[in-house]
Design a protein around this ligand. Structure first.
Ligand SMILES: CCCCC/C=C\C/C=C\C/C=C\C/C=C\CCCC(=O)SCCNC(=O)CCNC(=O)[C@H](O)C(C)(C)COP(=O)(O)OP(=O)(O)OC[C@H]1O[C@@H](n2cnc3c(N)ncnc32)[C@H](O)[C@@H]1OP(=O)(O)O
Length: 230
């Protein structure tokens, strides 16, 4: 497990590295809030409540948002609860248990690569009843990037070619697969696919991508929070 590169300020105003127990406690709370926010997003995009009810809810949500006080994370700051690269990312829009935007996709090693499992709802709709094509690309990009990191070569996407063979159904358990197929210097070649859990042998979307591990100087410039660890 990676060491968290940053630590939140302790309550006495000094900065110290949180214990693993404190991080787990915080992650559980972040996941609980993420779960409720995803339920709110789903209810929001499906409701037929009248305008007055929507205004009332908007007022309530504004009051709740005001309760999220304290120091706000800065750009490029890696949350203490995260393990970057390759591990837990609590606010990832694909895998983050704390993200209201994420399905979230659950990732496990398999078949010489990674498998991601998730079900997409109405918030991710493109054509009526089907997943937005950009969302399919995002699932693939994330899992293919994670496959690079899992193979010990964290990299950034420089090219992602996506082919949509069949529309991806909403509210249907999905299986995403990613596997590193080769390397050439800092370039990593990766294949990806999406199928439904019900018909795992029928791929509905396929992708091939090229990822590049930035050189150490570029890594330090792009990810200043990693300073001292790369
Ligand atoms: C402790 C180490 C930490 C390292 C961290 C690195 C990455 C970590 C990131 C995430 C990993 C974690 C989990 C995964 C989670 C999510 C995955 C989502 C992935 C993304 O969402 S990520 C965002 C979108 N992504 C970008 O924002 C990239 C923008 N980009 C750049 O910032 C530069 O591009 C950079 C820095 C990547 C490389 O820059 P550079 O200067 O080091 O490299 P250079 O240009 O020299 O290219 C080197 C070789 O790649 C070939 N090449 C270039 N482009 C190509 C193309 N399009 N097709 C085919 N080959 C291509 C060249 O031809 C050359 O090949 P050759 O050496 O053979 O000539």
């Amino acid at each position: 497990m990676n060491t968290p590169p940053t630590a939140p300020p302790a309550t006495n105003g000094t900065t110290r590295r949180p214990t693993e127990g404190e991080l787990e406690h915080q992650r559980a709370a972040i996941a609980a809030l993420g779960h409720e926010l995803r339920a709110l997003v789903d209810a929001t995009v499906r409701t037929s409540a009248p305008a007055e009810a929507l205004h009332r809810v908007a007022d309530g949500v504004r009051r709740i948002t005001g309760q999220l006080t304290g120091r706000r994370r800065e750009r490029a700051e890696i949350p203490a609860v995260d393990e970057f690269p390759g591990g837990t990312r609590m606010y990832s829009p694909v895998t983050g248990a704390g993200s209201p935007l994420a399905p979230p996709m659950r990732v496990t090693p398999a078949d010489g690569g990674l498998i991601g499992r998730c079900t997409l709802g109405f918030a991710h709709e493109g054509p009526p009843g089907y997943v937005h094509g950009g969302m399919s690309a995002m699932l693939l990009d994330e899992l293919m990037g994670r496959a690079c990191a899992a193979a010990g070569m964290p990299g950034m996407t420089v090219s992602l070619q996506v082919r949509y063979h069949r529309p991806v159904p909403l509210e249907t358990p999905l299986r995403v697969h990613a596997r590193v197929t080769g390397t050439e210097g800092r370039k990593i070649f990766v294949d990806g696919s999406i199928s439904t859990e019900g018909e795992p042998s029928t791929t509905v979307v396929t992708a091939d991508g090229v990822f590049v591990t930035p050189d150490p100087d570029r890594t330090r410039a792009l990810f200043p929070s990693l300073r001292g660890t790369v």
